[in-house]
Design a protein around this ligand. Sequence first.
Ligand SMILES: [Zn+2]
Length: 207
Amino acid sequence: MTTAVDANLAAGFERVTDMVDGQPVTVWAVTCGCCGAVGKVRFKPDFPPAHLTQNFTNKGWDMRGNTRLCPTCSSRKRGPKPAGHPRATTKESPMARIVPSPNTMPMPAPPGISTEARQTALVYDKLRDHFDTGRGVFEDGWNDERIATEVSVPPEFVRKVRDSFGMVLRLPPELAQLDADIKTIQALVAEVLERQTALRRKLGVAA
Ligand SMILES: [Zn+2]
């Protein structure tokens, strides 16, 4: 019976021991066929080869040929893109460049899709690109208002879409504290002004 471990070894992955925080950990590794650099990923022994390949590919390794290339060597092999001559370095067919794929083609609004649905989709795209849902913060320079301007909808609409997708805006604690401090100070000032006004009135002193 061939196990996933056998399959990984057959696919050219190596089991090597790596030191992590002073502890020996067995990891999967590949060696660059060009410069000998070793790439390692810490996955279970029976992680399927396709997933290991995908993981290295995500890290910039060229895993397509029999000779694996590290990110440095694979980018050197591809060479810098000469400006204005994409033809020289791309392998895709000329048609692929002339005809935009359905995914990238600007879509006219299909009949039956409401303006609101389209605007919601546009707002969602911007939020997905510029809002960190995990931390509940926008990327620097972004906010509901900016998205509203770019998509030409009211800021309230952006807030509604953001809430509906569970993208909750969490203020950084220091900002929340400053906001609270300002409210306290404003309340104090209002109270002092009120006492001042009352005393002036009582004494008949003009403001
Ligand atoms: Zn290399």
